[in-house]
Write a protein that binds this ligand. Structure first.
Ligand SMILES: Cc1cc2nc3c(=O)[nH]c(=O)nc-3n(C[C@H](O)[C@H](O)[C@H](O)COP(=O)(O)OP(=O)(O)OC[C@H]3O[C@@H](n4cnc5c(N)ncnc54)[C@H](O)[C@@H]3O)c2cc1C
Length: 406
C-alpha cells in the first residue's frame, strides 16, 4: 500500500482524569459512575449528536428483561436505573406488576422489560449525564489513542474545531467496536453479523391501535427485517459482515435500507410511512476485547468469583450469565477498560451480555473501576475485586441473583 506521510502538530486541548470514548448506554453509564465516585474531570466523547448509541440512534428500543423470566428481578444498579430512565419521559409497555419496581412478581405477569421511545430516552440521557457533572463533546470522532509505554495517556480527536488531543489518566473504551483497544494494538475478536434492518413503521392499523389503547408508542411498529439474534431469517446470498471497515458499514446499511424499501415499494404510499430511519449501523457484534477472562457459554447460570452483575438470557426463562470484572480489561493495558457490547465474551454468552441492561451494568463497573484505580493507585488488573464489590453494592448493584431464587 502506498503511504502519504502527514506532518502533524496536534494541539493539546484539555486534561481529564477519565475520558470515556463513545456515548452509548455503556459509555453514558461509565461516565456517570466515574463522576459519582468523586472523580473531578470526566469527559464523554461521542461522534454523533445524541447519547444512547444503538438504543437511540440505532432505534434498538427494547429494554431486555431485568428479571429472570420466572418472576425475580435479577439486574440492579445502573441496569435497573437505566430501565427507569428509558421510561421517564416517554411511553412504555411495562407489565403492571413491575410498575413499582418490586423484587418479585408473579411468573406469568410478563417479563420486566419494555419498549421505549428512543428520542425521549436520548433526552433523559442528556439529563442523566449532565446532572452528574460530566463534560460532553458531541460530533467528535476519536481518531486514535495516544500510547506511552502501554499506558493510554490521551485520545486524538477530530471535530469542528479541528484536530487535537485530550489527555487522560484513564480511558474507557465504550465505542461498541473496541476501537481504542484495537488501535492501541490490543488483540480483539471480530464477530460475524447477520443481515438485520430495523426501522419504525406506522400505518393505519398502528394509528388505530394507539387511539384505542391511548398509548402513542403503539402508533409505530418496531419493524425488523432480516435475521434475529440466532441468524434465522438471514437473507440468502448476503454474506455475513464483520462491520469493521467503512466499506462493510456502507454495504450493510445500503442493503438494509433496500430490504426495507423493497418490503414497502408496492404498498399504497398514503397508507403507511417510516417515522424515522436508524442513523447508526445496526451491527450486533463487531469486535470485543480479549480480556483477562472471556465469558464462556458454559458459564451459563454460574456464579463467577468477580461478578459485577448477572444478565438475564432474554431467550430462556431462568437462565443468566454473570459478567466478571476480568472481562472488562486486558492485563497488558493498565489504564484502559471496555464496557458494553465489547466485553470479553464468546458465543451465545456474548449475545446475552451485550443487551442494553448488560451494557449499563458493565458501563457502571468500568467507570467505578477506573475511578477506584485513580483514587487508590491500582491498575486495571491489580484492583482488588473486594474494593470494586463494595463500591458497586454501595451504588445499589447486586452481583449475583438472590440466593433464594437459585
Ligand atoms: C439489530 C439489533 C437488535 C438488538 N436488539 C436488542 C434488544 O431488543 N434489546 C436489547 O437490550 N439489546 C438489543 N441489541 C443490543 C444492544 O442494542 C447493543 O448491544 C447496545 O445498545 C450497545 O451499547 P454500547 O453502549 O455498548 O454500544 P453502542 O450503542 O454501539 O454505542 C457506542 C457509541 O460510541 C460512539 N462511537 C463509536 N466509535 C466512536 C469514535 N471513534 N469516536 C467517537 N464516538 C464513537 C457511537 O456513535 C455510539 O454512540 C440489539 C442490537 C442490534 C444491532
Amino acid at each position: 500500500m502506498q503511504v502519504y506521510v502527514e506532518q502533524l502538530s496536534t494541539p493539546i486541548l484539555g486534561e481529564y482524569d477519565i475520558i470515556v470514548a463513545g456515548g452509548g448506554v455503556a459509555g453514558s453509564c461509565a461516565a456517570v459512575a466515574a463522576k459519582r465516585a468523586g472523580i473531578k474531570r470526566v469527559l464523554l466523547l461521542e461522534k454523533g449528536i445524541i447519547l444512547g448509541g444503538l438504543a437511540t440512534q440505532g432505534l434498538i428500543s427494547l429494554y431486555e428483561p431485568i428479571c429472570d423470566g420466572q418472576g425475580h428481578k435479577i439486574v440492579y444498579g445502573m441496569g435497573s436505573e437505566l430501565m427507569k430512565l428509558c421510561m421517564r419521559y416517554g411511553p412504555d409497555v411495562l407489565p403492571m406488576q413491575w410498575r413499582d419496581d418490586p423484587d418479585a412478581a408473579s411468573p406469568d405477569c410478563g417479563k420486566y422489560k419494555t419498549f421505549f421511545s428512543p428520542a425521549m430516552f436520548a433526552m433523559a440521557l442528556d439529563e442523566f449525564v449532565l446532572n452528574a457533572g460530566v463534560d460532553i463533546l458531541f460530533d467528535t470522532q476519536i481518531v486514535a489513542p495516544v500510547m506511552d509505554e502501554g499506558q493510554c495517556t490521551g485520545l486524538i480527536i477530530e471535530n469542528k474545531t479541528g484536530r487535537g488531543v485530550y489527555r487522560a489518566r484513564a480511558v474507557i473504551d465504550a465505542t461498541g467496536d473496541a476501537d481504542i483497544f484495537y488501535r492501541a494494538g490490543a488483540p480483539c475478536v471480530t464477530g460475524k453479523n447477520y443481515m438485520t434492518y430495523l426501522a419504525y413503521r406506522t400505518d393505519m392499523e398502528a394509528v388505530s391501535s394507539a387511539l384505542a389503547e391511548k398509548n402513542i408508542l403503539l402508533a409505530r411498529k418496531w419493524t425488523l427485517l432480516g435475521a434475529g439474534p440466532r441468524g434465522n431469517g438471514h437473507p440468502e446470498g448476503i454474506p455475513f459482515i464483520e462491520g469493521t471497515t467503512a466499506e462493510e458499514v456502507t454495504q450493510y446499511v445500503l442493503a438494509g435500507r433496500k430490504m426495507m424499501l423493497d418490503s414497502m415499494r408496492n404498498e399504497d404510499r398514503f397508507s403507511r410511512d417510516l417515522t424515522v430511519l436508524p442513523t447508526m449501523a445496526q451491527f450486533r457484534t463487531t469486535r470485543h476485547i480479549i480480556g483477562a477472562y472471556s465469558i464462556q457459554e458454559s458459564d451459563l447460570c454460574c456464579r463467577l468469583p468477580d461478578s459485577i452483575a448477572p444478565i438475564a438470557d432474554f431467550s430462556a426463562a431462568g437462565e443468566w450469565y454473570e459478567i466478571p470484572y476480568r472481562a472488562l480489561y486486558n492485563p497488558s493495558y493498565p489504564n484502559l477498560w471496555t464496557a458494553g457490547r465489547t466485553v470479553s465474551a464468546d458465543g451465545w454468552a456474548w449475545v446475552v451480555v451485550r443487551v442494553i441492561p448488560g451494557c449499563a451494568c458493565s458501563g457502571q463497573a468500568a467507570g467505578l473501576a477506573a475511578a477506584l484505580c485513580l483514587k487508590h493507585g491500582f491498575t486495571a488488573d491489580t484492583l482488588p475485586y473486594a474494593i470494586l464489590l463494595d463500591a458497586l453494592v454501595a451504588e445499589g448493584a447486586k452481583v449475583h441473583p438472590e440466593e433464594s431464587s437459585y
